[in-house]
Structures are given as structure tokens and as C-alpha cells.
Design a protein around this ligand. Structure first.
Ligand SMILES: Cc1cc2nc3c(=O)[nH]c(=O)nc-3n(C[C@H](O)[C@H](O)[C@H](O)COP(=O)(O)O)c2cc1C
Length: 214
């Protein structure tokens, strides 16, 4: 195993952006801020899926979130679309310590693990359009999202990815979605830095309206 510290290893995963918006230094700084956030942001576990109260066009917003950024983005999409919300919850929660979760996620990805997840309510099978939200972990979505996709086949339905990250954007997650859900109608994904989720509503709105979902 490498002796490098996890944030240093993470930095190697960053895909350089042509416009130079994602520098290694930026990600390292964000990773450090992320560590503070993980330590201080209260856990919102226990958040339950709830029924849509407005015309949600049969949409379910499924998400995984460890430190809360993706959860807040999912809530924003829920408010704007009126869809229902459901969380992917690993049966064994990840550690809150940043270095520990980084290392654990790396090992899970290396051995192509499928961490067990809690049964999901509402049932994704009842929806025509599935949003799928996740943080970028080591260049793609966390392994519990693989578990979700394999245990709830999307088939030919519409799949709309959204992602929070600290520089790598969607990484290779859309490629992985195409591979795992070859028949799905995969729409253009949305990405935002985790630290910018709270100001992202106008961009989220523009993306949803471009896709004709609001
Ligand atoms: C295990 C782990 C791996 C990560 N890997 C990356 C990465 O490869 N690229 C990146 O830009 N950000 C990476 N990040 C940063 C997260 O994608 C970012 O902080 C995200 O907003 C966290 O979302 P959450 O609060 O919903 O868990 C990683 C974070 C963790 C904990």
C-alpha cells in the first residue's frame, strides 16, 4: 500500500480540466476543507424518503451522500421538480473521519465491493424517471451506488445523474452508468463542487429546464 497520505493520493485522481479550473492545489485545499466539514457538519442520517406533494411527473431523486453536499443538492432538485426523494444507505455506515473514509473507499473500489444497502422506500421500480446523485469518490460514484444500480435495474427508463466533487466533476461516472445501465435513456448530468452546492440553485434550474424536466 502506498505510504502517501489519502488527500495526496486523491489528488492524483483529479482529471485535469482543459480550462485549468481544477488545479491540484485547489483540490488539496478543498480536500482539507472537506475534512473539516466532515468533522463539523451534523449528520443528517435518518432523513427519510417522502411522497411528492406536487406534480412530480413520476420522478424519484435517489442519492448517496456522506458529508451532506449531495443530500443538499438532491433536496434542491426535489424542491424544483416536486419529485420524491430516496437515500441509498449503506447498512454499515462509513467512518466520519476523513482519512478513514478515503482509505476505505479506495479499498472498496480496488476490490470492486458491493456494500450492502438498506431496502429503499419508495420503490424505485414505481418511477419512470430516476435522478441519481452521488459524490465523486476516486473518480466515479461510491460503491454503494453500484449496489443500488445492480439491485434496482433501470432498464429502459430515464436516468439523470448529478454529482458533487472537489475538482473531478463527473469523472468517469457517466461512462460507468452507460456500462451498468446500457438500455437507460441517460440524460446530461449536472456537477458542482460540494462547497458551492448552496449557491447552485440557478444552475440547477437552468439544467432541469434545458432537459425539459421542469
Ligand atoms: C472517499 C472520498 C473520495 C473522494 N474522491 C474524490 C475525487 O476523486 N475527486 C474529487 O473531485 N473529489 C473527491 N472527493 C470529494 C467529494 O467528492 C466531495 O467532497 C463531495 O462533495 C462530497 O459529497 P457528500 O458531502 O455528499 O458526501 C472525495 C471524497 C471522499 C470522502
Amino acid at each position: 500500500m502506498s505510504q502517501k497520505s489519502p488527500p495526496t493520493m486523491l489528488a492524483h485522481l483529479i482529471t485535469p480540466q482543459r480550462n485549468g479550473r481544477c488545479s491540484r492545489r485547489e483540490f488539496l485545499r478543498s480536500a482539507a476543507l472537506g475534512a473539516v466539514a466532515v468533522a463539523t457538519v451534523p449528520l443528517l442520517r435518518g432523513h427519510t424518503a417522502h411522497a411528492a406533494t406536487t406534480g412530480g411527473k413520476n420522478m424519484l431523486i435517489v442519492y448517496f451522500s456522506h458529508s451532506g453536499h449531495t443530500r443538499r443538492l438532491a433536496s434542491c432538485i426535489q424542491r424544483l421538480t416536486g419529485g420524491d426523494l430516496a437515500e441509498i444507505r449503506p447498512l454499515a455506515p462509513y467512518p466520519q473521519d476523513y482519512d478513514a473514509v478515503v482509505e476505505m473507499a479506495k479499498q472498496e473500489q480496488r476490490r470492486n465491493a458491493r456494500p450492502a444497502i438498506a431496502p429503499m422506500q419508495p420503490d424505485p421500480a414505481d418511477y419512470d424517471t430516476l435522478f441519481l446523485g452521488y459524490p465523486n469518490w476516486w473518480g466515479t460514484f461510491p460503491m454503494p451506488v453500484f449496489t443500488f444500480l445492480e439491485s434496482h435495474p433501470v432498464g429502459g427508463r430515464t436516468l439523470v445523474p448529478f454529482c458533487t466533487h472537489e475538482g473531478s466533476r463527473l469523472g468517469k461516472s457517466e461512462q460507468d452508468l452507460r456500462r451498468l445501465c446500457p438500455q437507460a435513456r441517460l440524460l446530461k448530468g449536472f456537477e458542482v463542487r460540494g462547497s458551492r452546492v448552496d449557491g447552485a440553485e440557478p444552475s440547477v434550474k437552468a439544467w432541469l429546464s434545458e432537459l425539459g424536466l421542469i
